[in-house]
Design a protein around this ligand. Sequence first.
Ligand SMILES: [Zn+2]
Length: 74
Amino acid sequence: MKCAICRNGITESGYTTVLLEKDDTTLIFKNVPAQICSNCGEEYISSEINRAILSRAREESDRGITLEMLRFAA
Ligand SMILES: [Zn+2]
């Protein structure tokens, strides 16, 4: 797809790292599938994957995790 930020680049499938902070919990998700702009580097994460990240974050937060690095698996 065409990048909405720079309007110049085309996004390509790749992987990114997402840092998420919720209350006292900090989670780092590695290996998150994303569309990445080849021009400006903007990352687009699908709403489906975003939802999965948020629900995982809620679980970890409920478990009382304060800092964790996770390998994302859809
Ligand atoms: Zn771009």
